[in-house]
Ligand binder design. Structure first.
Ligand SMILES: Nc1ncnc2c1ncn2[C@@H]1O[C@H](COP(=O)(O)OP(=O)(O)OP(=O)(O)O)[C@@H](O)[C@H]1O
Length: 263
């Protein structure tokens, strides 16, 4: 991915395997969010390819699709900075996520207008799924509260619930533990393991090395836009190139907030 003269991500090749949690780590500015933006269609990569391999059927070339088609193909994401609809209730946020499905069930809404459709049935199923994810994220009691009024940790969980309501094959999480206290981080780790247990594959950008080392099956390390390691968490943690990348960070930017060394 190039931005004018700057190559933000280059020669990065790896597989996030089905049914696994793959973490993407690296110092600030390594290209992690850019990579996510390419996978989820916010950026169109300048070159290269990104493929989604569903359990059945042919591979889908994500790099050729616009963002909404990528979402439809089964890739969901959350953002580094929470992007909920703050004025809508928690439940409504989860129903918006199912808009595509509802529209498809009702013949693009025309059937619903004519009162001829399966809309009530589809709407009930959407509410059931939303309530299931509200329960999984401990937000059922806050279902009717505006999303913007929820505490920070609850908003983070609601973002994950919203992504899961699209029933994704791959869930991409950009720093889900940012700003959480240790108890909330533990709870998040358990939630992500549950999501994996239900068959969704996860790709996770995370600076909290406790969470990364505890739940990841594989860890991919980026530095200056390049892949410098890809292995099991314990192997990556001991890799001298990875340690050097993290230790080297402070020398370049003394004012940058410290990044945890994965040790
Ligand atoms: N839209 C853009 N235009 C120009 N440069 C960009 C753009 N987005 C990212 N970059 C540059 O690409 C590089 C990688 O940035 P990116 O945000 O992907 O890093 P990161 O690993 O996610 O960092 P952090 O951990 O701080 O979030 C940086 O040099 C950044 O300035």
């Amino acid at each position: 991915m190039r931005f004018g003269g700057l190559t933000a991500v280059s020669d990065v090749s790896f597989a996030a395997r089905r049914g696994e949690i793959t973490a993407v780590i690296g110092p600030n500015g390594a290209g992690k969010t850019t990579l996510f933006n390419c996978i989820t269609g916010f950026y169109r990569p300048s070159s290269g390819s990104i493929r989604l391999h569903p359990a059945s059927g042919p591979a889908i070339a994500l790099h050729r699709l616009p963002g909404y088609r990528i979402a439809r193909a089964g890739v969901a994401r959350t953002f580094q900075n929470i992007r909920l609809f703050p004025g809508m209730t928690a439940l409504e946020n989860l129903l918006v996520a199912q808009h595509n499905k509802l529209m498809a069930a009702t013949g693009l809404g025309i059937g619903a207008v004519l009162g001829l459709s399966r809309y009530p049935q589809a709407e009930r199923a959407a509410i059931d799924l939303a309530r299931q994810w509200l329960a999984a994220t401990r937000l059922l009691e806050r279902a009717d509260d505006p999303a913007g009024a929820l505490p920070y940790g609850a908003q983070r969980r609601l973002e994950i619930a919203r992504a899961m309501c699209t029933e994704p094959l791959l869930l991409c999480l950009d720093e889900p533990a940012a700003g959480l206290n240790p108890r909330e981080s533990d709870e998040l780790a358990r939630l992500l393991l549950d999501i994996r247990g239900q068959g969704t594959s996860l790709l996770l950008i995370e600076h909290d090395m406790g969470v990364v080392m505890r739940i990841s099956d594989r860890v991919v390390v980026l530095d200056h836009g390049k892949l410098i390691a890809e292995d099991a968490p314990a192997v990556v943690r001991a890799d001298p190139r990875v340690i050097a990348a993290y230790l080297g960070e402070g020398e370049e930017d003394e004012d940058a907030p410290p990044t945890e060394v994965p040790a």
